[in-house]
Design a protein around this ligand. Structure first.
Ligand code: COA
Length: 157
């Protein structure tokens, strides 16, 4: 069955939270302590996408500007039963398209030290490790690994 993406609103907090909690993240990561209220707050401050299959939320991603140049990507997750079908990559590309449309020069994201197994996924999509600090780092967590991808402007017609 195919899937569709649509932009999130704060009313999607419950669905986004449920997808995030299904992701199986390491219990030491701040991700697992994210509350529905936290998600609602971040959906009201930034933007993101929900992946739907048969009317059910099966994936999510968030985005948030960090200055005029950088769009940060966060809260990327797909439900374990739909993995390996291109939904995670489609969610990342949706944020990249949003960055391109918004005139941002790059997409930046942070990977927890408890989740380094996901690095090849992002590298496969063109992201490279950067030594810069993460602006939205959780104060109680070890500094994450930062990954960056330049966003190229569309060539003029
Ligand atoms: C990371 C995650 C979103 C990937 O979602 P997905 O729906 O399985 O991704 P896709 O099916 O679009 O995979 C895209 C490509 O990456 C590859 N890939 C997926 N997960 C991978 C991983 N952990 N390591 C290496 N490659 C991976 C796929 O094989 C696929 O390769 P292909 O294009 O050659 O077929 C999903 O595994 C997840 O929710 N993980 C837990 C939450 C998480 O770690 N989020 C990131 C927080 S920084």
């Amino acid at each position: 069955m195919t899937f569709t993406l649509r932009p999130t609103t704060p009313a999607d907090a419950l669905a986004v939270h449920a997808v995030m909690m299904s992701a199986g993240m390491d219990p030491r990561s701040s991700w697992v302590r994210t509350t529905i209220a936290d998600v609602e707050w971040s959906l009201s401050k930034g933007a993101g996408f929900l992946a739907l299959r048969g009317g059910a939320a099966v994936g999510c991603v968030g985005s948030r500007p960090d200055g005029y140049r950088t769009l940060t990507l966060n809260k990327l997750a797909t439900r374990p039963e739909v993995r390996g079908q291109g939904i995670g990559a489609a969610l990342v590309r949706a944020v990249e398209a949003q960055a391109r449309a918004g005139g941002f020069g790059r997409v930046l994201l942070a990977v927890s030290l408890y989740n380094l197994g996901v690095l090849p996924f992002y590298e496969h999509l063109g992201y490279a490790v950067s030594s810069e600090p993460y602006a939205f780092a959780h104060p109680d967590s070890p500094p994450p690994v930062v990954l960056v991808k330049p966003i190229l402007r569309e060539a003029p017609p």
